[in-house]
Design a protein around this ligand. Sequence first.
Ligand code: AMP
Length: 574
Amino acid sequence: MTFLRFVRILRQVEATSSRRATVALLAEALAELPPAEIPAAVLLLQGRIAPPFTGIELGLAEIEAARALATAAQVSEETVRQQLSQLGDLGQVAEQLLPPRPGGLTLAEVHTALLAIAHEHGAGAAGRKRAALADLLRRASPEEARYLLRIATGTLRVGVGDATLLEALACALLPAGRTALPVLERAYALTSDLAYVATLAQQGEAALRDVRLQVGKPVRMMLAERLPTPEAILDRLGSHQAEYKYDGERIQVHSDGSQFVIYSRRGERVTHQFPDLLAAWQATPHLPFILEAEAVVVDPDSGALLPFQRVLNRRVKHLTPALLEAHPLKGFVFDLLHLAGEDLITLPYRERRARLEAFLPSSPRWALAAARPVASPEELTAFFTEAVQAGAEGLVCKAWEGPYTAGERSTLWIKYKGPTAGRLADTLDLVIVGAWWGRGRRGGRYGSVLLAVYNAQEDRFETISRLGAGFSDEDLRQRLPALLDPLRRQDPPPRVLAALQPDVWFEPAIVCEVQAQELTRSPLHTAGRGQLGERGLALRFPRFVRFREEKGPYEATTVEEVLALAQASGIPLQ
Ligand code: AMP
């Protein structure tokens, strides 16, 4: 496929707000592609050149891309900078500065060239990256250059989520079409690799069904549901096992027997953040495995669990020995997904836990998640009290017979964070999609933000609250602008459904945790409109708790979850 044709598809997708129409458009485009080009197209549609878990990023700062553009357009860097400050988007600047010409790039060529740029390392890499990009731009038409630059600087954002792409792949590649979607979704949940899943889909449903876990490809994480009371949990699960809910960072550790890789809950490679955890295991011989744990900072002297905020102190570019010593981590392991060539995810929790207990190499840096069988609300409450006293956030209650449901929020894991007098049973993780300018003390800055939940069914974000309370002065002065400014856009993003009109819109990317007193119905918000009609769900007395940097927009609280919460709190849903 020519790159120009691909760009035209991107343009159409960008201009489409209906999910169905987007799927149809993408399916048509995918069906048109030669099989060998489908994996590259799937990646480029999301503005990527390789799946996130590979850690392969273009790594081109806007300033470097701007310099490449100056070379290609034979203008001064100053001219590019001036235009950039006027237009705000380097892609548009390219469209204006490059001479009209037909272009002649192919999709495959662009992907290969960008991959080569990503692989440039070592001394002089920045210069070589810039030269290679300038070379591509010189061969591009102005329209192609616009999208090329957006991909190169990681700002393509046409709004194609994984769910939409999977559906399009099902329609384009599988004879059974949309009805075969669950098979594709499962293959994706087990490998997190859309390009690979697309390749398998070309071989047919059987190939997708045969997918196994692979050390080195993150499994999409199983998520927990919430219920408000011990009674409700026992009603649902019966006798079960409760585990401490540690308040740290979820990690998935892969080992092929000698090398380790750690993935975050977004499936990104974060191995470098955990040298101390890995050092504890590196010396011990072990079988290949995939396991999950919560990494928590512990007090260096007493070993007591410390609150989540302390994990953030380690999020720096260069972890020094002093920082590692001041904020030591401990990994509390709660699941074993794969061991020595055998996938364990379909086994019941009871058996996975037993295998984990037998397998876990002993080390002062690692421990099993504390667990206890519970058979009554009293036992659950007693274990909850113990957990909180030990510094945990609450409990995760797990059905004995439950498999590990990759990528799904399951009713087989239920989190419990304690009695809920005067507030919602749990905090919500919401995506910032817009903001209003502040007044008075907050003048000239973002004063409040518009928050949304994720609707996985429709692959869109539906608003649920306006939030101003709980931000510190530093949040307002520094963090909000630093996080949000790069995501600003003039029009509402294509995947956002809103009734309110904020002063500024943002690409859905930043997730924050919010506590509220209760849920109500409101015509100002769109959360759950598909199910509820014109009056969506809204939060009363919302309050900012913290940024959830480890969560991406697709890991935010879903509309199904808030509907369930509303039901549990007795809100009339009709
Ligand atoms: P939440 O992030 O509020 O949806 O709660 C679920 C999270 O609790 C998981 O994603 C894990 O990061 C964390 N967690 C802590 N301890 C456990 C445990 N024992 N089992 C499962 N998840 C746990």
